[in-house]
Design a protein around this ligand. Structure first.
Ligand code: HEM
Ligand code: HEM
Length: 210
């Protein structure tokens, strides 16, 4: 390859996935407090994007595949060291730390939306309504007879399962937000060290070659 040549890295599906996720995550996070239908639909939208991205991680184009950026700790440490030296190793697709962050973000988003579905289900809505949660079932396995399934009143007029899932959902959405901030900081640092605008690459699809 000729030095300085541009190479197509992010296919149109990855780019549409990314920027739709940015919009839906932002809407979802900001609409959580009032629990409107906007919140529920943006959450479903995030679920659809995750399902797509997981499939695309197996059958998508070269740099979109999980196998392209599933690096072990050795590669990650080496990359981190090269970053500290100010002359980071150049990767065409995700670098090892970026790859780890992608997996962390996808996992955290999956956990956030799952707990959201459980919280919504505990209120009697959505696909998990009326289904006993296996997690709660094991947590309360040693308890006595339950009235009202797992969702019994705790004496303050609140329902245990409701509260459990709401608090879990809130904590997980904040964890995801924290990862997003680290992700954006990582993109900024890598863009600076590699002298390449990586956010723009996520728009155009092109990155520098070797
Ligand atoms: C990435 C996607 C999502 C994000 C970032 C998110 C974020 C949030 C946030 C920040 C809250 C407010 C928590 C609080 O302060 O009490 C919330 C509440 C809630 N979310 Fe989500 N959520 C997402 C997906 C979902 C999904 C898919 C569902 C279900 C279909 C859902 C159902 C709910 C419900 C029922 C509440 C109300 C809990 C309460 O009353 O405190 N969320 N969400
Ligand atoms: C405006 C803020 C954001 C910018 C500038 C940005 C930028 C980027 C860039 C440049 C990449 C490619 C990284 C690389 O070159 O290796 C990327 C990947 C990714 N970002 Fe963001 N991002 C932003 C917000 C978010 C948010 C809010 C989320 C999730 C809620 C997110 C999730 C992801 C994921 C999952 C990938 C992996 C893409 C893939 O391979 O499918 N990003 N982002």
């Amino acid at each position: 390859m000729v030095a300085g040549e541009k190479i197509k890295v992010w296919d149109i599906a990855v780019r549409l996935f990314h920027w739709s996720l940015v919009v839906l995550f932002t809407v979802g996070y900001l609409s959580g407090e009032d629990e409107s239908m906007l919140h529920i639909y943006s959450g479903y939208g995030v679920i659809a994007l995750l399902v797509f991205r997981i499939l695309w991680g197996f059958v998508g184009t070269k740099y979109a595949r999980f196998s392209d950026f599933a690096y072990g700790p050795k590669a990650a440490i080496e990359y981190a060291k090269s970053m500290l030296s100010g002359n980071p190793i150049h990767y065409i697709g995700h670098n090892p730390l970026g790859g780890w962050m992608v997996f962390a973000l996808l996992l955290s988003l999956a956990a956030t939306t799952w707990s959201g579905l459980e919280a919504y289900g505990a209120e009697g809505h959505g696909p998990l309504a009326g289904k006993e949660s296996t997690l709660i079932k094991s947590a309360y396995a040693h308890g006595d007879e339950r009235e009202n399934g797992n969702n019994k009143e705790n004496g303050n007029g609140e329902h245990e399962e409701d509260e459990f899932w709401k608090e879990t959902h809130e904590a997980l959405s904040n964890l995801t937000l924290l990862l997003v901030f680290l992700h954006i900081a990582g993109v900024a640092v890598a863009s600076f060290l590699h002298r390449e605008n990586l956010a723009r690459s996520m728009v155009t699809g092109y990155k520098k070659g070797e």
